[in-house]
Write a protein of this length. Sequence first.
Length: 119
Amino acid sequence: MADYSNYGLLIDYKYCDNCGSCVVACQEEKGLAADQYGIKVFEKGPWKKDDATMEDGWDWDYIPVPTDRCDLCASRLDAGKKPMCVKHCLTFCMDYGPLDELAKKAAGLGEKVAIFKVH
């Protein structure tokens, strides 16, 4: 197995709609029970934006966060495949790779972007 200690997961969470496909794909890949997670989506909000109109007055974020069970699907990476969460994300808001490359990509994505270093 290759060394992925310098790899991470980028989440552009402004596009996450909490569909749960990343959670289920991970659970299936890792054989986890329904109450166990390799990635879990957290909810932030809703909250009223400052100086907002009725049309855009509220904000509500869903933030997928890898847990300590996440290894970026290392066996899949060894086979040249994407981690299951990245493969199955319906809004394409996830990416993976070397941390320095993810940092460069994140710099161009604006707000509501997180990079997670996983083990």
